[in-house]
Design a protein around this ligand. Sequence first.
Ligand SMILES: NC(=O)c1ccc[n+]([C@@H]2O[C@H](COP(=O)([O-])OP(=O)(O)OC[C@H]3O[C@@H](n4cnc5c(N)ncnc54)[C@H](OP(=O)(O)O)[C@@H]3O)[C@@H](O)[C@H]2O)c1
Length: 336
Amino acid sequence: MKKVKVVLFGLGAMGSLIASHALKRRGLEVVGAVDIAKEKIGKDIGEVLALDEDTGVVVEDNVDALFRRVEADLAILSTVSYLKPAYKQISKCVSAGINVVSTCEELCYPYRKYPDLSSKIDKLAKKYDVTVLGTGINPGYLMDVLPIMLTAPCIEVHRVKVERVMYSGNRRNSYQKKIGTGLPIEVFKQMIDDNRITGHVGLYESICMIAASLGWNLDEIVELPPDPVVSDKESKTTYTNVKLGHAAGLQSVAYGVKEGEKVITLIFLSHANVNAPHDSVSIDGTPNIRQRIEGGIHGDLGTVAMVLNSIPKVIEARAGLQTMLDISIPSASGPF
Ligand SMILES: NC(=O)c1ccc[n+]([C@@H]2O[C@H](COP(=O)([O-])OP(=O)(O)OC[C@H]3O[C@@H](n4cnc5c(N)ncnc54)[C@H](OP(=O)(O)O)[C@@H]3O)[C@@H](O)[C@H]2O)c1
């Protein structure tokens, strides 16, 4: 079987974890790596990932030069959450004839928020006969694809509610940082207001995806500002120590309104003191469906898997901007 030649675009916390698993997959061949972080440029990815040996692939910052030099089938883009900064990176890959699978949250379902940019990406991808997909654990699976799949045996659906309750103390540092772990409450609020921390990104896109799948035309999508979860104890995480009264993490809520009624509600609770993590979906319809994953799913490993398992589906997908609603269902398929 022909290996898929992959470029790793972004070797931060998530990109590095994806990279370490991509290097082990027999169906993939890593042919290049790009990052702008000064401490990584010029180093073998084996060194960047703290592996026992070098891989022969060196991190570079000039993506154009890389694409002129190497032949690649697909770029794994793991750099930013927002579509505007990701657009330039996506265009470079697409214009070089390279498919894209990205963890960029806003790419997962960009049509409502960014109709023009979505159309530009779609046209460019069709022009170069490649596919662009945004995916991950959330958005990309737990709060959109999974509830969508659960509606399949329903005759009708009235409301969808999804809750992700996640222990965050063992997630990657960049994640714990963006949910404000350890910050004094006033600092948390100020940093959210100043966009110095983003909180969770993607509830809006998940709501769009669910609504599109159910054929619901929403009047509006409301995203409430993230609320800090005040720690009721001293907690130690892999990132920091959380003091009593400081932020242990956050809660984010978003909902979609149809004909004046909240029909989709997403609740995302992620902090260092969660002791009963779970992912649950509640569908009111015919029949009602209640589903709960005890323990929840580890977001970082889940994202690695979603990205890698989507690659064969993206390679076989139609050209253009695609979402998880368009590609065939990914599964944990080999060759590993
Ligand atoms: N959909 C999902 O479920 C899901 C799951 C996990 C992560 N994500 C998202 O995926 C993204 C990556 O996550 P992360 O934790 O790895 O973030 P991170 O630690 O900040 O890493 C991003 C890396 O990309 C580099 N970078 C930024 N702009 C670049 C560019 N133009 N060219 C090349 N490299 C560039 C950064 O360099 P500098 O540090 O120098 O800026 C950094 O090394 C985040 O936006 C995250 O929210 C989504």
